[in-house]
Design a protein around this ligand. Structure first.
Ligand code: ADP
Ligand code: MG
Length: 472
């Protein structure tokens, strides 16, 4: 630590050592996932009297850190160096982007244009009928979050030693659009790219069924079965489509056994817990149990943001940070929908020749979610919006304080709670620190009176109403 001590004056600090010590401290202060996502990718460049220079992958990253971890980083650097070095960021540019125009003049960002050509490794592998693997679905592009950590780890283990782990078969299950296909294809891509000349078959169970029926019609069941028995790895997507397809299951079962006995890896995906799939043969179910069953849950907000950000970067798209956050906040249970919203937003902006900003995002999202998205203005949203409009924090808003400003904010919030939620007066009172229902009534009257007599106030309330209505 002595090299890090500023009292040593003349000694040059080593930026890597400083940053590594910072990382050690940060590791204990933020959740592991957060650490891996936001801190591990940062590199220290140099440290001198102008500050500690850190390189972040892109502007979005900088925005996020600046928004969420500015104080934490400053404190950590101070704790490590004993000195309040300003933190300065640099961003590595890739070939196709020119973000330099976006830097606010007073921002601590420094852009370093460096041509980085994405290393396109040659993809090798045998492509067979039924093997339509999307090359973009690899492990690198699969963002890890608490929701899928275990599934990803199991998938990677299987990809590294196909057929030689205890995870045979591996069954991945989870809701629609949560990344099952991506993950099981990542296993296939990994194996195809390993140069091991393995034959990988990816097929969804409905295609398998259709192929099988065609094979029966054309007297080709032997060829059909020979093909599947000849592969080194079988990825069978959406096994739920096998439900009630007796003959297909029968055929599949023999293929499965053959592959299994030859230590070939088999991976399934399913949109439900596979053991609860109705209409699947017990013997197939018991095969599932002899391997490993892992689930993918809906991702949390941070993971959704990271996924969206990754997609945008992959496509060289510029999306303002608040737009990504807004999309990720509002679409929670399906990554495919989240991506769809992003694409629609881009289409809109290029057709209408307008910039992508929060307003456009709200409009597009409203259209997508449409009436299937019931008004979900909650009292929490109202309290948040009023809190930020009046610069009053939640504790104060629902607390006992009676300063003029706070009392006004509270009454306006109660007024909107009546206007925008179906909650009873009593419940609204409870949300405001357990106040009586008559207080809520009084608040409503007070606001209405003032709306009539005070035009400045009325303008302010309209602006708040707009914000509340735009929030859904
Ligand atoms: P499923 O098969 O479960 O319905 P998909 O694998 O087709 O879902 O995923 C839907 C979309 O969401 C794909 O474009 C996929 O790349 C993306 N996606 C889902 N989860 C992730 C993740 N963790 N990281 C990156 N992209 C993801
Ligand atoms: Mg799928």
């Amino acid at each position: 630590m002595s090299a890090l001590n500023p009292s040593t004056g003349g000694i040059n600090l080593d930026s890597h050592a400083v940053w590594n010590s910072c990382l050690e401290q940060l590791k204990d202060r933020v959740p592991g996932q957060t650490f891996d996502t936001w801190f591990r990718p940062i590199k220290a460049i140099s440290i001198n009297s102008d500050g500690l220079f850190l390189q972040v992958p892109n502007k979005f990253f900088y925005d996020w850190i600046d928004n969420h971890y500015k104080d934490l980083l400053r404190d950590t650097v101070k704790a490590v160096t004993g000195n309040g070095y300003p933190i300065r960021y640099t961003v590595l540019l890739t070939e196709n982007t020119d973000r330099a125009s976006e830097i606010p003049p007073d921002s601590p960002l420094i852009y370093e244009p460096k041509a980085v050509s994405p290393s396109q490794t040659a993809k090798t592998g045998m492509f067979e009928r039924g093997t339509k693997i999307n090359e973009n679905y690899d492990f690198d592009s699969f963002v890890e979050g608490a929701n899928n950590q275990f599934a990803k780890a199991a998938a990677m283990a299987v990809a590294n030693a196909p057929g030689r782990t205890a995870f045979n078969p591996l069954v991945v299950y989870g809701g629609t659009g949560l990344g099952k296909t991506h993950l099981i294809q990542a296993i296939g891509n990994e194996v195809l790219q390993s140069g091991a000349k393995k034959r990988v078959a990816y097929v969804s169970s409905d295609t398998f069924t259709l192929d099988f029926i065609a094979a029966i019609q054309n007297n080709k069941t032997t060829e059909f079965s020979r093909y599947y028995r000849s592969v080194d790895m079988l990825l069978l997507d959406d096994v739920q489509f096998f439900q009630k397809k007796e003959q297909t299951q029968e055929q599949f079962f023999h293929i499965f056994n053959d592959l299994y006995q030859h230590h070939k890896q088999i991976v399934f995906s399913s949109d439900q817990q596979p053991l609860e799939l109705k209409g699947l043969h017990d013997r197939l179910l018991s095969r599932f149990q002899s391997g490993l069953i892992v689930d993918i849950q809906p991702p949390d907000l941070e993971t959704r943001i990271a996924i969206l950000h990754k997609k945008a970067t992959q496509d060289n798209l510029e999306l303002p940070y608040e737009v990504i956050e807004y999309l990720a906040t509002n679409i929670r249970n399906n990554i495919r929908e989240l991506e769809g919203a992003m694409i629609r937003l881009l289409a809109y902006s290029s057709l209408l020749k307008v910039d992508i900003d929060l307003n456009l995002t709200r409009k597009v999202l409203k259209e997508i979610l449409g009436s299937s998205h019931p008004s979900t203005i909650s009292i929490e949203i109202i309290q948040n919006i009023i809190g930020s409009s009046y610069r009053v924090n939640l504790d104060t808003l629902v607390g006992k304080g009676r300063t003029k400003e706070v009392a006004e904010a509270r009454m306006v919030a109660m007024y909107f709670a009546r206007e925008h939620t179906n909650l009873s007066l009593k419940t609204i009172g409870l949300y405001f620190g357990g106040r009586d229902h008559s207080t809520v009534v009084h608040a409503g009257k007070w606001v209405e009176n003032r709306l009539e007599s005070d035009s400045a106030f009325s303008g302010q309330v309209s602006a708040i109403r707009q914000k509340i209505e735009n929030s859904v």
